[in-house]
Design a protein around this ligand. Structure first.
Ligand SMILES: [Fe+2]
Length: 234
């Protein structure tokens, strides 16, 4: 049986972070109890591998017309903690439109809904762990966490790797966004390197001439750490 290491201290958001108001009510008030991974977490099936449509990874093709906004390409590799690509990982994304509005009943921010943009997509990684999305750059949007609070532009990511226990939900940010230092959701992650890993990199090699800017975002899932480790094997 393989084991998955627990997350590194400081690499994940604090459960309680006073600057992020909703954590005050939802943070555990008792110390957590660590449970051993269950067999189904380690070996059970994960979702969706057989039902990805050919345009699911292009959020600009889901309606008859193209959505408003700056077209972008977001691509990268899904890796385990040993740096190996994770094939067949399900990568799901959701995001606001170019005006910073979600197509969601609870989003009543007075920015227009784009009839040609749903804001959700998914992809499966190839044999080397690569994924690629085409979308539009999401806008910043206000939220009511504190006075004059605005979320930096971001794309939400959910990943399922080789096992359910590798599930990761995270957000990708864009480089040089002035709202990043002001964002309590991102700043609730104690480790500066871990925060920096959530900021994508502009990548000219992903950028397509006359078409779209490219951003690279590599994602590290929990590594598969074999219980029995052979050294010097042939
Ligand atoms: Fe969001």
């Amino acid at each position: 049986m393989n084991e998955y290491p627990r997350t590194k201290p400081g690499s994940q958001p604090e459960y309680l972070y006073a600057g992020y108001r909703s954590t005050i009510r939802r943070a555990p008030s008792q110390p957590l109890i660590q449970l051993p991974h269950t067999l189904s977490e380690l070996s059970g099936p994960v979702y969706g591998h057989n039902s990805i449509g050919p345009t699911d990874n292009d959020l600009t093709l889901h309606f008859a017309e193209a959505p408003q906004g700056e077209r972008i390409i977001v691509a990268g590799r899904v890796l385990d903690e040993d740096g190996r690509g994770v094939p067949n990982a399900l990568v799901e994304v959701w995001q606001a439109n170019a005006g910073g509005r979600y197509r969601h009943a609870r989003d009543n921010h007075p920015a227009p809904i784009d009839p040609n943009f749903l804001g959700a997509g998914r992809a499966v990684t190839d044999d080397a762990g690569n994924y690629r999305f085409v979308s539009i750059k999401p806008g910043a949007y206000p939220w009511r966490n504190h006075h004059n609070a605005w979320r930096p532009a971001h794309i939400h990511f959910s990943l399922f790797g080789s096992a359910f226990v590798t599930r990761l939900v995270t957000q990708m940010y864009f480089p040089d966004d002035p709202l990043i230092p002001l964002d309590p959701i991102l700043q609730s992650i104690p480790d500066a390197d871990a925060r920096a890993r959530l900021v994508s990199q502009f990548d000219l090699s992903l950028t397509e001439p006359e078409w779209a800017l490219g951003y690279r975002f590599d994602i590290v899932l929990r590594g598969r750490r074999a219980t029995h480790f052979e050294e010097g094997g042939k």
